[in-house]
Structures are given as structure tokens and as C-alpha cells.
Design a protein around this ligand. Structure first.
Ligand code: B1M
Length: 215
């Protein structure tokens, strides 16, 4: 039953039917399926298929936009469920997070931000298309100990490097840890650009953040 519902959620995103995605997500929540399962086994596979179809020229930008809207609205339903299930710990640190300049992909970064916040971190989410100076200003303003840089495009991965360099030039590098992530980002890229860590998904991001904060 739950496998079938998750497959239907995937298909609704691929078919670009946001109303159905929302309806099915509500059904899945009411049916007791764990929110992370709905995300990882229902929604993300749908977005991956849409992305693949875009790559091969079968789908165009409007398809991406419609499916992303469906996923975003489903995430709005799931966010309170994720928070409700998380074990609130003592605040384990302050994190400034954003998608780097030139990149407007939001969904994955927001999921990471939600999971960090639900795990007890104080999260300052700068949104998307964030320039280095905004990260620098927010770290100075909040005294955050951790910076998270998300990039979904191969062309904006380099901006992660530029932002790390800018944080160093601003004299902040010694007082912060930096983690990077996003679909094209790898552990070796993280090492190459001098980040302190890489996380593949939102769960790993929480584990990494906790580890980097020495908790
Ligand atoms: Co875009 N897009 N897109 N897109 N888009 C990709 C990334 C792409 C792979 C699709 C494809 O061709 N197969 C491709 C990039 C190719 C490349 O760089 N080599 C692509 C392209 C080309 C583009 C445009 C250039 C298209 C165009 O205009 N011609 C354009 C770029 C605009 C820009 O940013 N300047 C564009 C635009 C868009 C939309 C706006 C339509 C929309 C985003 C809407 C939004 O976010 N509000 C969109 C979408 C939806 C996608 C795909 C289909 C799905 C992304 C997504 O939300 N996934 C994507 C294909 C794909 O990824 N399979 C694609 C679900 C999300 C939960 O996963 O974001 O990976 P993800 O996040 C994960 C992990 O990566 C990780 O944890 C998250 C949760 O598990 N993670 C972190 C992410 N950030 C992290 C940070 C961390 C740690 C972990 O620490 C700080």
C-alpha cells in the first residue's frame, strides 16, 4: 500500500500534476508514512526522473518549474511533520546556509535547513543566489560557527570555492567550519576547495554539522 502510494507520488511529479502530488502527500502523512520516507522514496525520485527527462530533451523548463512547485508545496506539508518527529536537542550551534550566487535551486538547501533547525541548530537561511558578502555579513552579525554552501549546477560549484576564499580574506575562516553539498558536489571537490566537510543529503548534513561543531 505504502509502496504504491509512494510510486503514485513519484508519478504525479513526473506527470506535472501538483494538485495530485499534494493530495497524495496528505494521504501518505495520514497513512502514517514517515515524512523522510515520503521525501526520499516518493518526491526525490520524481524530481530525478524529471531532471533526467530535461537532460534528454524530452522535457523543457516549464516541466521543471511545475514539478518543482509540486515538490515545494509537498515540502510545506511535510516540514511541520519533520519538526514534530525530530528530537529537540540543546541548541548545538548557529548555522548560516544558502544556495550560492548564480544558483536558484532551493528545495534541497531548504530541506537541509529544516533538518538542521529541527535538530536544534539555530539556522539563518539566506535563501538562493547568495553572494559572498551576504554570507560574510551574516556570520559577523550572528557569530555563527558553521556555514553551509549549496550548489546544484556544475557552473556554480566554483562559487563555493570563491565564497570560501572570500570568508578567508574577511578574516573569518579560523572561526568557522564550512560544509558544502548539492547534487554535483563530491567529497573530493569539498577537499579540493578547502571545505571542512561534504554531505550527500539532509540526514548526513545534520550528522556532519553535529560532528563539525564537536558535539
Ligand atoms: Co534545475 N537543473 N535548472 N531547476 N533542476 C538540475 C540541477 C539539473 C541536474 C537538471 C538536469 O539537467 N538533469 C541541471 C544541472 C546540470 C548541470 O549543472 N550539469 C539543471 C539546470 C541545467 C537548470 C537550468 C540551467 C535550466 C535552464 O534554465 N536552462 C536552471 C538554472 C537556474 C539557476 O539556478 N540559475 C534550472 C532551474 C530549475 C528550476 C528553477 C526550474 C527548478 C528549481 C526550483 C526550486 O528549487 N525552487 C529546477 C529543478 C527542480 C531541478 C531538478 C530537476 C531537481 C532539483 C531538486 O529540487 N531536487 C534538478 C535535477 C536533479 O537534481 N535530479 C535540476 C530535490 C532535492 C531534495 O534534492 O537539491 O539535490 P537536491 O538536494 C539534496 C542533496 O543534494 C543535498 O541534500 C538535499 C536533500 O537530500 N544537499 C545538500 C543540497 N544542498 C546541500 C547543502 C549541504 C549539504 C547537502 O550543506 C550545505
Amino acid at each position: 500500500m505504502s509502496t504504491e502510494l509512494l510510486s503514485q507520488i513519484t508519478a504525479s511529479l513526473v506527470d506535472g500534476d501538483p494538485d495530485l502530488t499534494i493530495d497524495l502527500t496528505k494521504q501518505a502523512i495520514q497513512g502514517g508514512i514517515e515524512p523522510m520516507t515520503i521525501i526520499e522514496r516518493g518526491l526525490v525520485p520524481g524530481m530525478n526522473i524529471v531532471g533526467d527527462k530535461f537532460s534528454t530533451g524530452e522535457y523543457f523548463l516549464p516541466h521543471l518549474i511545475i514539478s518543482a512547485n509540486g515538490m515545494q508545496q509537498a515540502m510545506d506539508l511535510l516540514e511541520p511533520e519533520l519538526r514534530a518527529r525530530s528530537q529537540q536537542m540543546k541548541v548545538s550551534g548557529k548555522v548560516v546556509i544558502g544556495t550560492v550566487q548564480g544558483d536558484i535551486h532551493e528545495i534541497g538547501k531548504s530541506l537541509v535547513a529544516t533538518m538542521l533547525s529541527a535538530s536544534g541548530f539555530q539556522v539563518y537561511d539566506l535563501g538562493v543566489d547568495v553572494p559572498a558578502e551576504d554570507f560574510i555579513a551574516k556570520v559577523k552579525e550572528t557569530g555563527a560557527q558553521l556555514v553551509g554552501l549549496s550548489a546544484l549546477l556544475t557552473t556554480t560549484m566554483i562559487v563555493q570555492k570563491e565564497i570560501i576564499e572570500a570568508l578567508s580574506i574577511a578574516g573569518l575562516r579560523d572561526q568557522i567550519k564550512i560544509m558544502v553539498g548539492g547534487a554535483p558536489v563530491t567529497r573530493s571537490w569539498a577537499a579540493e576547495i578547502g571545505a571542512d566537510g561534504f554531505a550527500e543529503d539532509a540526514i548526513q548534513a545534520v550528522q556532519l554539522a553535529t560532528q563539525l561543531m564537536g558535539a
